[in-house]
Design a binder for this molecule. Structure first.
Ligand code: UDP
Length: 315
C-alpha cells in the first residue's frame, strides 16, 4: 500500500486531500500542530486503520519510521487574518518547517509536492498571472510574512531538486473555498456567507473593485491529486485555480442573492498591499494534466452556504 505524508492535514485543504488519498486506497499519515487547523476536519478518519494522525510542529525535526512514497507539504496559516496573527510562525513553517520536510523527503526518497500560492505574485502587474511571472511583492510589508515564506519555500524546494534531484513539484494555489473553511477565518468567502446568514452587513474592503478568482475545493483537490500521481511532469511549477474572476463588490451581491439575505454592504479600509487583481493562467495545468475546474461558482457557493448553515445551527 502506498504511503503519503500530508503536513497541514487538519487544515481546510489538507483535510480534503487526506480524504481523497484515503478514497484512492493510500495509507495517509497526517501531520498538523493545530495552530490554525482543526481536529474536527479529520475526526471522521480517526477510526480508519489506514490513517494516522501526528500532532506535531514541523519546525521541530520530524522523525518517521514508516517508508513514505509521497509528501504533500501544506502546513501554513493561509488566511490573511491568521498569518497576520501568527507572523513569526508563518515565516518559520515556510523556512525551518520546509527545510525539515525536504530533508524527510530526501531521506525517504519520496516525491515532494509543495503548496505554494498566488501570493508569490504579490500585487501583480501582469494579468492573468502565468507561472513565468516573477511577481510584485513588498518584501517587508505585513503580508510579506506569508508571501516571502512561500517564496523562500519555493526557492529551497528547487535547491533540493537541483542539488539532490529530489522529485519536487510546486503548486501555486489561487483562492479556494468550500466546506471546512472556518466560519471566522477572515477570508472573503466565509466572512460574506457568515455575515449574510446572520443578517450582518457585508464588509467590503476598499471600494470592492479588486478582483479574485474562486476555485471550489473539490476541483483543486483533483488537480493536486493528478500532479501527485503523474510519473513524469513537464513543469516543476504549476498554477492551480479557477480563472472565473469577480470584483469583490459583485461577489458580495452574489452572496446576498444566494443566501436570500437582507444584509447591506458596508465599506471598510483596504488592508495593506491587498492585491488589486488576481486570476490564474492555467494553460499549463490544462495541457499537461488535462485538468480544468468543473464546479461553477453558483454550485460551489451553494454547497458552501449549506455547510455554513449546518455549522451555525450546531453552535
Ligand atoms: N475582503 C473583503 N471583505 C472581507 C474579507 C476580504 O472585501 O470581509 C477582500 C480582501 O480585501 C481581498 C479579497 O476580499 O481583496 C480576498 O480576500 P481574502 O482574505 O479572502 O484572501 P486574499 O485573496 O486577499 O488572500
Amino acid at each position: 500500500m502506498k504511503k503519503v505524508l500530508i503536513t497541514g492535514a487538519a487544515g481546510f485543504i489538507g483535510s480534503h486531500i487526506c480524504d481523497r488519498f484515503m478514497n484512492e486506497g493510500w495509507y495517509v499519515i497526517g501531520v498538523d500542530n493545530l495552530l490554525t487547523g482543526s481536529q474536527k476536519n479529520i475526526e471522521h478518519l480517526s477510526e480508519n486503520k489506514n490513517f494516522k494522525f501526528l500532532e506535531k510542529d514541523i519546525t521541530d525535526e520530524l522523525k518517521i519510521s514508516d517508508e513514505i512514497d509521497l509528501i504533500l507539504h501544506f502546513a501554513c496559516p493561509a488566511s490573511p487574518v491568521d498569518y497576520l496573527n501568527f507572523p513569526i510562525e508563518t515565516l518559520m513553517v515556510g523556512s525551518i518547517g520546509t527545510f525539515h520536510i525536504l530533508n524527510l523527503a530526501k531521506e525517504k526518497k519520496a516525491r515532494y509536492v509543495f503548496a505554494s500560492t498566488s501570493e508569490v505574485y504579490g500585487d501583480p502587474e501582469v494579468h492573468p498571472q502565468p507561472e513565468s511571472y516573477w511577481g510584485n511583492v513588498n518584501p517587508n510589508g505585513t503580508r510579506s510574512v506569508y508571501d516571502e515564506s512561500k517564496r523562500f519555500s519555493e526557492s529551497l524546494s528547487m535547491a533540493y531538486y537541483r542539488k539532490y534531484d529530489l522529485d519536487v513539484r510546486i503548486l501555486r494555489i489561487f483562492n479556494t473555498y468550500g466546506p471546512r473553511m472556518k466560519l471566522l477565518d477572515g477570508r472573503v468567502v466565509p466572512n460574506f456567507i457568515y455575515q449574510a446568514l446572520n443578517g450582518m452587513d457585508l464588509t467590503v474592503y476598499g471600494d470592492g473593485s479588486q478582483t479574485r478568482s474562486f476555485c471550489y475545493a473539490d476541483d483543486l483537490v483533483e488537480g493536486i491529486f493528478l500532479v501527485s500521481e503523474k510519473e513524469k511532469i513537464e513543469h516543476r511549477v504549476l498554477n492551480l485555480g479557477n480563472p472565473d474572476e469577480y470584483k469583490i463588490i459583485d461577489f458580495a451581491d452574489i452572496i446576498i442573492k444566494k443566501t436570500g439575505s437582507n444584509s447591506k454592504i458596508i465599506f471598510k479600509p483596504l488592508p495593506l498591499d491587498d492585491p488589486k487583481m488576481r486570476k490564474p493562467d492555467i494553460t499549463k495545468a490544462m495541457e499537461n494534466l488535462h485538468w480544468i475546474p468543473k464546479i461553477s461558482l453558483d454550485e460551489g457557493i451553494h454547497k458552501t452556504i449549506e455547510f455554513f448553515h449546518s455549522q451555525i445551527n450546531q453552535k
